[in-house]
Design a protein around this ligand. Structure first.
Ligand SMILES: *Cc1c(COP(=O)(O)O)cnc(C)c1O
Length: 454
């Protein structure tokens, strides 16, 4: 890619206050050219807490969470904990009145440790164990989303007496700008509409005296368009009509899942959550009323769209390696590897999905970014890349603080100890205060599960 031919401007920061939208809402640039988030100078946070560090902006988290509440009540916005689940974040969302979607005993334990009200928790997953289901039952979790015939039996066996939703794979799969319709959905999740399987699941649940109250569908992730959701809602309304007619079963709750996309780069134009959910909910309600069905309670499960924009991961640059006209870039440019002190262990998204990100130097935000670089981690793996191509200042050097915005979701929650690297801390910033909400792992933590021989 040639700088002039790229959609990224050669100089990416025009004015002192211009921070790209992919940074948290409170991001600004100090007179010294430092990145400020939540009123905190990120270079000071990095100095106090070390690097890598995930700086998490409370205001962005809260504003994003509130944006989903309005058309549907807060308790019916079930934050998908898998995006980033820790006690402090659960507590913040608890206080905003949101609900929570957990899909393992570990996420449930975190929610309960945060005092999250169980009546606002929904339990997901395609293979929940009997122990996990019993834990949810004993904790008073309000809803379980049943994913298989085996699980429906298991729920009956453990005496599950609260709400059950049935997960449907509606033959709609969406990613960012596209969705595909498939007749026979090949997925490990849920019950397909094809061959009457979803209807059979509703019959089986009701036959086992479970309180089957509704339907659930989650059609994908990082979705920018509403059409896929609307098509899924229409198909679920069709199933609801069949359930009413053939089983006398009323669908009272319709959970349309998550998947709302965010901007990772300045080229991404992500939809505003409030408009998106209001419009999808309206279409869903109409799909039911058009069929003469009672209008169900609508639920959503945003994960990434709440936590993602709140996080900025800050690394220290350790080495800069230039390979003259190495490859790609039409042979025009040197390949420059900027290696940082984290990598695929704290953010596996590039390695997993070729995810794209922006980056900047938190210690000199106003320096023109003119050099195409690849940001690499410190792991023993060529695929340990964080960003394939990004513009950084020409003289990027060891000691610089490289920050990657939009890393609040699916980074820490997917982090590992690969190469026995301790996981970074998460520091919540708000009104000039920085406090640790997940502490940095120590070597002692890394060793804590090892059982020496003799
Ligand atoms: C992953 C997931 C979500 C959240 O997805 P986002 O893309 O983070 O919004 C919601 N519901 C279910 C069932 C999921 O598996």
């Amino acid at each position: 890619m040639d700088a002039a031919g790229s959609s990224l401007p050669a100089t990416s920061r025009a004015s002192p206050d211009a921070v790209p939208d992919v940074f948290p809402d409170t991001a600004e640039i100090s007179p010294a050219g430092h990145l400020i988030v939540g009123g905190c100078d990120v270079t000071v946070v990095a100095g106090d807490h070390g690097t890598p560090v995930i700086v998490f902006d409370r205001q962005t988290l809260e504003r994003r969470a509130r944006a989903f509440c309005g058309d549907v009540p807060a308790a019916n916005v079930l934050y998908a904990g898998k995006a980033f689940c820790c006690v402090a974040v659960c507590a913040i969302l608890r206080d905003l009145g949101l609900g929570l979607d957990v899909c393992t005993g570990g996420e449930l334990a975190t929610a309960l440790a945060a005092g999250f009200p169980p009546e606002r928790i929904v339990f997901h997953g395609n293979n929940k164990s009997v122990e996990e289901l019993a834990m949810a039952r004993d904790a008073g979790v309000a809803r379980v989303v049943a994913d298989s015939f085996d699980e429906l039996r298991r729920l009956a066996e453990i005496g599950w007496d609260r709400k059950v939703l049935v997960r449907v794979t509606p033959g709609v799969e969406a990613h960012t700008h596209e969705y595909v319709q498939t007749g026979h959905e090949d997925s490990k999740f849920g019950f397909t509409l094809a061959d009457g399987i979803a209807l059979a699941a509703l019959r089986a649940g009701a036959g086992q005296n479970l309180d089957v109250v509704g339907l659930h569908a989650h059609i994908g992730s990082q979705i920018f368009e509403k059409e896929g959701f609307e098509l899924a809602a229409a198909r679920l309304a069709g199933l609801a009509a069949d359930a009413q007619e053939s089983l006398g079963l009323e669908v009272r709750e319709l959970d349309l899942g998550g998947g709302f996309g965010i901007a990772y780069t300045r080229d991404d134009e992500a939809p505003e959550p409030a408009e998106l959910v209001a419009s999808i909910a309206a279409v869903a309600r109409r799909a039911f009323s058009d069929r003469g069905l009672p209008v169900p309670t609508i639920l959503f499960e945003p994960g990434r769209a709440i936590a993602g924009p709140a996080g900025v991961t800050v690394y220290r640059v350790g080495t800069v390696k230039r390979i003259p006209r190495a490859r790609g870039h039409a042979g025009q440019h040197d390949r420059v590897y900027v290696s940082v002190d984290g990598g695929m262990s704290d953010n596996p998204r590039y390695a997993l999905y070729r995810a794209t990100y922006e980056a900047a130097l938190a210690n000199r935000m106003e320096d023109p970014a003119t050099l195409w670089c690849s940001v690499a981690g410190k792991h023993c793996e060529s695929g340990d890349i964080l960003i394939e191509d990004v513009l950084l200042p020409d003289d990027v050097a060891p000691g610089d603080l490289l920050c990657i915005p939009a890393t609040g979701a699916y980074t820490y929650s997917m982090a590992s100890n690969y190469n026995r690297l301790p996981r970074p801390p998460v520091v919540l910033v708000d009104g000039g205060q920085a406090r640790v909400i997940v502490r940095r792992e120590t070597y002692e933590d890394v060793l804590r599960l090892d059982v020496p021989l003799t």
